[in-house]
Design a protein around this ligand. Structure first.
Ligand code: ADP
Ligand code: ZN
Ligand code: ZN
Length: 820
């Protein structure tokens, strides 16, 4: 590191291309990479907290270089490893470092200024003839400064600067940029013995002095005890602890402060170090022991290893053993899970073993909690050797990762959809592991085709765990033919009598039921019985979904709500009815069939809020719910002893949607939800309702044949040239004007065609081609794995050229590398 370098190259928290260099003034010469600095950026004088990436001797040629205004951190808050990781992410996903930074840094470390209007020496007290400016000046006399938003509200205008322009130009009003306060470590008040009173003499003096104030005397004695006072040495103790350990009370303390014995001072709060010993990890079964030694051997040979183990085989137990070993050799462990599988059940399981060595990181934490964990990892890397988190935990400041676990590695929610960086946490975990020279362990009962393929090619190590733990056996799975049930008019709502019968029997035995209903394309909609009209969103090309509890029609694409129409807007008929089948509807039907049963629903609506998910899962775990109806959410990592029946209401819906991954997803969902059944001791049962009971994918589910499915599907992918045999890049173009978006898509295709030929597909009009008033087109490119780098480069060129094009520049262009 060169401390004399006079320029800082920084990353700005914005989606801007390129790096930015600022001059370091002499008084800030202590700047090092990884600290945040305040710099002006853009037109106007907006201020941002940027992260210093490196120090350089020369500014970039031909550009005017502005100065760093101040430094926010004494020590780096972003490590060199992290900066290098950001760069890898930006390169892979064709996005900017600023976009990665926005995703990576917790909100409280990201600061941008707000512009304020301020009074100056020459501010007049009124402006003749302009009532609004007078109003503004009045307010400034009271407040001294106003943010633009405050001024705008006050004056009822969007742009108060324009209104006040004359006064600003003449210097009668000023503009000032102010950074919000941002993160400050939590402060704790301490009672501090005043420096002149530390000696033995002085303390003795106080004892005599306080003879007639017993409470104050008692407090002083407590203080001496708790602060471990040594004559002549500084002494202090946290205030709350002191007060609660004595009944002297605040008045006595206040009196002693007034008399000059104590002062009260704020100190940063630092949690106590870990002391609890780690619990013993449980003994493994023979099969598990075998798998563990295979894992250890595989991890010696390969950077990444795939653990394919059936549900309930004890994969989590194996992780616990590996985590234990990693901690004992002073390494850090990152344990990644899909957001929704990060339940208190699993966290409690890990905390029981490792105590508060385990830190948890997911989107339900507050901004402050996220920032605190980040800072704790920077300042005390030994305090939390284990971080368990959702995908964004990848960006935490690790110092010496030795193990990265990606559990449920097949799960599509590891991929961030929007905004950029559209990263896949599994793939980036492998990059991160490589950087730290850490082992990466991918675990799943139903691995992704990519991971299975890589393992089969010998690129990853591969270990299998084929039996369930203990007396638990795989559930018996049966299909129920919906086509026949309909023909024979045996359907009762959306249930076959067979499924209803089993639900009834299970609940009667005080066992639990999980019912799975995929949300995709199958939520309840309103339809006119007379003319068939279906209400659609005014801003998107989709039909609206009825939400009974709020009695509104909602657009699942833009979130807008509409009151349900009383009459058909097309033909005026009053005969509107609900069709289709969402989780809410299923829940209601069930209640009619089983009025005694306790039924609950788990989906995006009910899991909302910080504790929604925990509440429902908690109630289910305690046995306060008999039947849990839900979407995907019920398929992920739940481990409940009493679930002995799983029902899948409509398997066809899982398999028939236009995406090359449809079968992979359908298989994974069915196999995973089936795995929730009969986890301990008891033979579980799974019932799959389907129109096409002969579908090959359902066949593989019935036979618990994960490998059979993978082989079948791999062949399909090979023939059609899809991943893992190619890598995909998807472009999405959006604009209000349909012709412009179509023209831009055509231009992109024309650019890609010479290089990629028929490996560039499109432009495609997606099934929902108009969302939030924007028309959408897609272009898909299949990259060869063999010369991936050069192909990626060509894609990048096309992307940049279109963005820079004067004709098509206004069209929004989104690039998604490795879409899922
Ligand atoms: P998976 O992660 O493969 O689905 P789990 O690790 O959750 O499987 O194990 C399933 C159940 O079996 C859990 O309740 C777990 O506590 C229990 N279990 C697995 N292995 C052991 C073991 N060696 N000793 C005690 N309990 C075990
Ligand atoms: Zn109608
Ligand atoms: Zn909409």
């Amino acid at each position: 590191m060169d401390r004399t370098a006079p320029f800082a190259e920084v990353v700005l928290p914005a989606a801007v291309e390129g790096t930015f260099t600022y001059r370091i003034p002499n008084e800030l010469a202590s700047i090092v990479p990884g600290v945040r600095v305040v710099v002006p950026f853009g037109r106007g004088r907006k201020l941002h907290a940027a992260v210093v990436r490196r120090l350089v001797h020369e500014p970039p040629p031909g550009r005017q270089v502005r100065e760093v205004l101040s430094v926010l951190d004494e020590h780096p808050v972003v490590t060199q490893d992290q900066l290098a990781f950001w760069e890898r992410v930006a390169n892979h996903y064709l996005c900017t470092l600023g976009e990665v930074m926005l995703a990576a840094l917790p909100p409280q470390l990201q600061l941008s200024s707000t512009t304020r209007i301020v009074a100056t020496d020459t501010t007049p007290s009124a402006v003749v003839d302009d009532r609004r400016l007078t109003l503004l000046l009045d307010a400034l006399e009271r407040e001294r400064s106003l943010s633009l938003a405050e001024a705008g509200d006050l004056l009822g205008v969007k742009d108060p600067i324009r209104l006040a322009k004359v006064l600003i130009d003449s210097g009668a009003l000023g503009l000032e940029e102010r950074l919000a306060a941002g993160y400050r470590p939590r402060q704790v008040r301490h009672v501090v013995l005043v420096a002149t009173e530390r000696s033995e003499d002085r303390i003795r003096h106080w004892f005599a002095e306080l003879e007639r104030a017993p409470k104050q005397l008692a407090l002083l004695m407590r203080f001496i005890e708790r602060s471990h006072w040594v004559p002549g040495q500084p002494a202090e103790t946290p205030m709350t602890g002191l007060l609660s350990s004595s009944d002297a009370g605040r008045t006595a303390l206040a009196a002693l402060v007034k008399k000059g014995l104590f002062t009260i001072e704020e100190r940063p709060d630092s949690p106590p170090p870990v002391t609890r010993p780690m619990a013993e990890v449980p003994a493994l079964s023979t099969a598990q022991q075998q798998a563990l030694s295979e894992l250890q051997a595989a991890m010696e040979q390969h950077g990444t290893t795939l653990l394919q183990g059936v549900t309930s085989s004890g994969k989590t137990e194996l992780y616990v053993h590996l985590i234990d070993a990693a901690i004992r050799s002073n390494g850090q462990v990152l344990y990644l899970l899909p957001e929704i599988a990060l339940t208190s059940q699993l966290i409690a399981r890990l905390q029981a073993r490792f105590g508060d060595r385990v830190a948890v990181f997911h989107s339900r934490l507050t901004a402050r909690q996220r920032t605190e964990l980040w800072m704790a990892l920077i300042e005390h890397p030994d305090r939390h050797p284990v971080v368990i988190g959702a995908r964004s935990a990848l960006f935490l400041p690790f110092r010496k990762l030795s193990l990265v676990i990606v559990d449920e590695e097949h799960d599509p929610s590891f991929k961030q959809q929007d905004p950029a960086p559209r990263y896949h946490a599994r793939d980036m975990a492998i990059v991160l592991g490589g950087q730290h020279d850490a082992h990466v362990l991918l675990g799943s009962a139903t691995p992704s085709l990519e991971s299975r393929y890589n393992a089969d090619q010998g690129k990853y190590g591969s270990v299998r765990l084929t039996e369930r733990y203990g007396a638990s056996v795989l559930p018996g799975i049966v299909t129920i033919d919906l086509r026949r049930a309909h023909k024979e008019r045996r359907m009762r709502g959306h249930f076959t009598p067979e499924l209803l019968g089993s639900i009834g029997a299970t609940v009667a035995e005080r066992q639990q039921v999980i019912l799975f209903q995929n949300r995709r394309g199958y939520a309840p909609i309103w339809q006119c019985e007379q003319c068939g009209h279906i209400p659609e969103c005014v801003h998107c090309d989709v039909s609206l979904t009825y939400h009974k509890r709020d009695h509104v029609l909602r657009c699942h694409y833009c979130g807008r709500s509409y009151p349900p129409p009383a009459f058909c807007p097309e033909c005026g008929s009053a005969r509107l009815k609900m069709i289709g089948l969402g989780t809410e509807r299923i829940e209601e039907e069930l209640a009619l069939h089983f009025p005694e049963a306790r039924i609950a629903r788990l989906d995006q609506d009910t899991a909302r809020g910080r504790h929604g998910l925990e509440r429902i899962l908690g109630a289910f775990a305690e046995g306060a719910i008999d039947v849990l109806v839900g979407t995907q959410m019920v398929t992920k990592g739940l481990d409940f002893e009493r679930v002995s029946l799983v029902g899948i209401l409509n398997a066809d819906r899982l398999l028939n949607f236009p995406d090359f991954r449809a079968h992979e997803r359908g298989f994974q969902l069915m196999a995973q939800v089936a795995g929730r059944s009969g986890r301990r001791g008891r033979m579980g049962q799974v019932m799959i309702q389907a129109f096409d009971v002969a579908h090959p994918v359902i066949g593989f589910v019935l036979g618990h044949d994960v490998d059979g499915f993978l082989e079948h599907e791999l062949e399909h992918r090979r023939v059609h040239n899809y991943p893992p045999f190619t890598r995909l890049v998807r472009f999405t173009l959006k604009h209000r004007n349909e012709e412009r978006v179509a023209a831009a898509a055509a231009a992109l295709m024309a650019r890609l065609h010479p290089d990629f030929g028929d490996r560039a597909l499109g432009p495609e009009v997606p099934s929902v081609a108009w969302v939030r008033d924007q028309h959408i087109r897609n272009v898909l490119v299949k990259l060869r794995r063999s010369d991936h780098a050069s192909e990626k480069h060509m894609v990048d060129e096309a992307f940049r050229a279109l963005k820079a094009s004067p004709v098509h520049g206004a069209v929004r262009l989104i690039v998604d590398v490795d879409p899922v």
